[in-house]
Write a protein that binds this ligand. Structure first.
Ligand code: SF4
Length: 213
């Protein structure tokens, strides 16, 4: 069992010679923001290393919190289907989130997603930076505004620049698109179908940037 350490940033917890197993173990004991009290467990990233593409979302959801694995709930299933449709091998990807604990508020018996604030995002950022350094992705794909603004800066607007290849010191290429959970919240079947199509089109741009495996 990893020891818990309190700080305002996760930086002091990042091991000096990080590997994914070492990072995962250290992050399991993170108390760098208050979210550790609300979530069931730290949900660290998962996937291949090195990975050609790293997908970054906002935070784990209800199912991910319980399973301890990222992108295993409804949004993850939509992502898996869209990746297959875009021709991206899931085995060559790594999936993670900007914030590693589920932030939620009670509504009756349900736990409803709550947006992480700037302090929580800042506190958790060293885990993402360490994952990027170890995984060394060719492309980082930001899923939704929280991930895009965290990686590309607060002024970045997914609505205006989705699917665009953006230069970044973090990876050779960064592309932002919507979070699959936003597609699941579409008001009707037709808009969900259209939004899924646009999402797959963005992932096809990622596939094109990656080139042949
Ligand atoms: S959300 Fe991130 S910084 Fe906050 S306690 Fe969890 S792992 Fe640590």
């Amino acid at each position: 069992m990893a020891k818990r350490v309190t700080a305002e940033s996760a930086a002091p917890l990042v091991p000096p010679k990080p590997t994914l197993p070492r990072l995962r173990e250290a992050a399991a004991g993170c108390k760098a923001c208050d979210l550790w009290e609300r979530g069931t467990q730290t949900v660290f990233g998962a996937g291949s290393r090195p990975a050609r593409a790293m997908f970054v979302g906002e935070q784990p959801g209800n199912e991910e919190d319980l399973a301890g694995q990222p992108f295993v709930g409804p949004a993850g299933r939509l992502l898996d289907k869209a990746l297959a449709e875009a021709g991206i091998d899931r085995g060559q990807t790594y999936v993670t989130n900007v914030v590693k604990h589920f932030k939620w508020e009670p509504r009756g018996k349900r736990r409803i997603h709550a947006k992480p604030n700037a302090q929580e995002i800042r506190a958790c950022r060293p885990w993402l930076d360490a994952e990027i350094a170890v995984v060394k992705p060719d492309v980082i794909v930001c899923l939704g505004a929280t991930a895009a603004q965290s990686v590309l800066g607060a002024a970045f607007r997914v609505s205006q620049r989705r699917g665009e290849v953006v230069p970044s010191p973090l990876a050779p290429k960064v592309i932002a698109t919507v979070h699959p959970s936003s597609i699941l919240r579409a008001p009707d079947d037709e808009s969900r179908r259209l939004e899924t199509r646009r999402f797959v089109d963005d992932l096809k741009k990622v596939a094109k940037v990656l080139g042949p495996a």
